[in-house]
Design a binder for this molecule. Structure first.
Ligand code: URA
Length: 245
């Protein structure tokens, strides 16, 4: 693949801009500056730098982000900054065109923290967000009032939310502290955790997503930080089965 095309596919701007970056000596491949935009390289796993910042070629982008509180999962946020501002420009621009860049796999509320996946692979986004695929998501809830066994039993048995007569139930639920519980869901309705907790007579004070499928938020990722998913992460995401109570 031509170096100019590699840069274009990875979100470094129009073909003209990418060609200019190469001609001006801003791009190095495996440590060697290349000033020929049409130079051919094997794109897969190619390591290169653009203005001394290291990149690796990814045909499709699969990332995790530790979503901090105070960010909206929208490209056009209404009140708070967008999570997309936490990503480097090339990742936001990958592919060019109207549907450029990565998209969040589902949304977390502005005040929710934790594991968020992003990708530019439409099939992956659909598979991960579709309730049909039952990908379990684990939420760590801090409640306003003491958690008790009755609340847990109701969450497991199923509660009715105002927009659907069909009860929604937790795939698993466990008390982890006086005010804390861990809730596993396999679907993602609007404000689902908050509405389920309200339906059992309590209230969410803080909400954190700690796991998607078999993938846990890594302990060394700080709020606001992102990283590429590894092959092992991808396997972990899709191999976990929903827990039963
Ligand atoms: N459920 C909620 O209520 N909020 C979130 O952000 C995620 C799940």
């Amino acid at each position: 693949m031509k170096l100019q095309e590699i840069l274009f596919s990875q979100g470094f701007g129009t073909r003209r801009i990418c060609s200019g970056l190469v001609q001006q000596g801003f791009v190095a491949v495996a440590g060697v500056v290349c000033t020929e935009p049409a130079a051919e390289f094997v794109a897969d796993n190619l390591h290169f730098t653009v203005q001394d910042v290291a990149w690796q070629y990814h045909e499709k982008a699969y990332l995790m982000l530790y979503k901090p509180a105070g960010y909206e999962c929208s490209q056009k946020p209404s009140t708070y900054p967008s999570i997309y501002t936490l990503l480097p420009a090339p990742i936001r621009q990958r592919g060019g065109g109207a549907a450029a860049g990565v998209q969040a796999v589902g949304r977390l509320d502005q005040d929710t923290t934790g594991l968020l996946l992003l990708s530019d692979d439409g099939k992956f986004i659909h598979r991960m967000s579709s309730p049909k695929h039952h990908v379990p998501k684990v939420y760590d809830v801090t409640a306003k009032h003491a958690v008790d066994d009755k609340q847990l039993q109701k969450l497991l048995a199923g509660v009715v939310l105002d927009d659907d007569p069909k009860p929604v139930r937790a795939a698993a639920c466990a008390q982890t502290g006086e005010l804390q519980l861990s809730l596993t869901l396999t679907e993602g309705k609007y404000h689902q955790v908050k509405r389920m907790i309200a339906a059992v007579g309590n209230r969410v004070d803080a909400l954190h997503r700690s796991r998607i499928g078999g993938l846990a938020l890594p302990a060394d990722l700080r709020p606001g930080e992102w990283r590429w998913l590894t092959v092992q992460d991808m396997v972990a995401i899709s191999t976990a089965r929903p827990l039963t109570a």
